[in-house]
Design a protein around this ligand. Structure first.
Ligand code: BES
Ligand code: ZN
Ligand code: ZN
Length: 503
């Protein structure tokens, strides 16, 4: 879809629909809604007066403007209470408006950011508005072959700015939103793809294709190289599958040479059957999303390169299937990880922590500034936090604080769980240094404690995205299915870290 920013008046803009917003806790229309209303002979205020429209969040009504203005329609949308209105609500409002425009089969629409006085910066509003439109209109359709299954795509969205200065800042903000949304689309596409078409080899090739046209160096280790290095925890998981495992390393050197890199690690299980400790068949299809952490890392690498963020960043994605083949690893097996620590496999379904163990040890070779890993790691995290929150655990308060700040700015919300050391004894093995499960209680915490053993002495945050990675029900600007969670969080984290929010 084409996104443009133009200077002018919304009421004079020629398109198929314009957006007007209203707050439910106000009697009077404000901003461009008031202007549109005046120009259209009180079309909107009549609705308010008659009680047909209150402005409740995401309430929508379509009005026909006759010949009053050039746009044939006004999509009137409720924005909730003015005092509750923030950038996250703005994303939702623009998404819902765009979805309405698509439902009407319209090709283009326009909006302004004049909703009366708000305590929000114009460029932040522009970025969130464009993000809302693009993220809300995402669909995964490559396997839909019948035209009847597809409503036509909206082709163009125009943001109307009042003056040249606002137009200029909004233009740059809209561009950033397009870049970031494209990265979220990439992550969502990778997760949405069925596991037969998103094998470790394919995800590695997709990462290569992404890096090819950008200043990103990519290396993909095959199983022989992993064997030589000693990544036996990862290789152990891979044994049950006929698809060869891949270890993807993406290197972006946007910072000064001497600067230590920030490392992102993403779990890349392209299908998790549970292995010999096989999962129940109900909803097992959802385990195609067990590479959502890896997808978020690949998406974030794309965005940070496109935004030319001045930092050194390495993205690592260990990728394999977890299947119960004839050569599969078994409960009771002992694996010698890259770090030398031996792991007793008590449950082959706790495979994510095994591949992450080797990836986190490998990350230590960069002597990094910080490590952040993302993984659909535990069902326990869904039980604890549901699908609105990422579980956050980590060793460094400053780093956790920065992740939390980025989370609050983007709506990829995190909630901290403790790395409670008393639970460490649950991971004690009779025969090896450690075992890969700690029992049902505190499952997300014991998973975090397991990972901690492989991190080394670097500031580290672990993000358990099992809940928000794949949605059973849509959210305001995230359609049902793959959410792309983590991409915007990681990018915002880097933008904040680089010290310029407009990077
Ligand atoms: N990929 C799953 C976690 C998961 C479950 C993600 C549901 C998204 C939705 C992970 O590999 C797993 O199976 N974890 C086990 C760990 C247990 C064996 C200690 C779990 O959560 O049951
Ligand atoms: Zn598993
Ligand atoms: Zn898994």
């Amino acid at each position: 879809m084409k996104v443009s920013v133009k200077k002018g008046n919304l009421a004079d803009y020629d398109c198929e629909a314009v957006i007007a917003g209203h707050f439910e806790d106000e009697k009077k229309l404000t901003g461009d809604a008031e202007v549109l209303d005046k120009r259209c002979g009180g079309l909107l205020s009549r609705l308010l007066k008659d009680g047909d429209f209150e402005g409740k969040l995401f309430q929508t009504s379509v009005l026909y403007t006759d010949t009053f203005i050039k746009s044939k329609r006004i999509v009137f949308i409720g924005m909730g209470k003015r005092k509750d209105f923030d950038l996250e609500t703005l994303r939702g409002v623009f998404s819902k408006a765009a979805q309405k425009v698509r439902d009407l089969h319209l090709k283009n629409f326009a909006a302004s950011l004049d909703f009366g006085t708000l305590d929000l910066k114009e460029d932040n509003m522009a970025e969130s508005a464009v993000e809302g439109v693009l993220l809300g209109l995402y669909r995964f359709t490559p396997y839909k072959t019948k035209a009847a299954d597809k409503t036509p795509e909206v082709r163009e969205f125009t943001l109307i700015a009042e003056n040249p200065k606002a137009a200029k800042t909004s233009k740059a903000a809209a561009k950033r939103a397009e870049t970031i949304s494209a990265a979220v689309y990439l992550a969502r596409d990778l997760v949405s793809a069925p596991a037969n078409e998103m094998t470790p080899t394919i995800i590695a090739n997709r990462a290569r294709k992404m890096a090819e046209t950008r200043p990103i160096d990519i290396k993909v280790f095959d199983e022989r190289q992993m064997k030589r290095l000693g990544m036996n925890a990862l290789l152990g998981v891979a044994r049950g599958s006929a698809e060869p495992a891949k270890f993807i390393i993406m290197n972006y050197a946007g910072g000064r040479k001497a600067e230590k890199p920030i490392i992102f690690v993403g779990k890349g299980i392209t299908f998790d059957s549970g292995g010999i400790s096989i999962k129940p068949s109900a909803n097992m299809d959802e385990m195609k999303s067990d590479m959502a952490g890896g997808a978020a890392v690949i998406g974030a690498m794309q965005a940070l390169a496109d935004l030319t963020i001045p930092l050194n960043v390495v993205g690592i994605v260990p990728a394999t299937e977890n299947l119960p083949g004839g050569k599969a690893y078994k409960p009771g097996d002992i694996l010698k990880s890259l770090s030398g620590t031996t792991i007793e496999v008590k449950n082959t379904d706790a495979e994510g922590r095994l591949i992450l163990a080797d990836a986190l040890s490998y990350a230590g070779r960069y002597k990094p500034e910080a490590i952040i890993d993302l993984a659909t790691l535990t069902g326990a995290c869904i039980i604890a936090l549901g699908d609105h929150l990422i579980g956050m655990l980590g060793t460094d308060d400053t780093l956790k604080g920065m992740v939390k700040e980025a989370a609050d700015m983007t709506g990829d919300y995190v909630w901290e769980l403790p790395l409670w050391q008393d639970y460490d004894e649950m991971l004690k093995s009779d025969v090896a240094d450690v075992q890969n499960v700690g029992g049902r209680a505190a499952g997300t915490i014991t998973a975090g404690l397991f990972l901690e053993k492989f991190v080394g002495d670097y500031p580290w945050v672990h993000l358990d995205i099992a809940g928000p990675a794949l949605l059973a029900k849509e959210k305001p600007y995230i359609p049902k299915g793959a959410s792309g969670v983590g991409v915007r969080l990681l990018v915002q984290f880097l933008r904040n870290r680089a010290g310029k929010a407009d990077a």
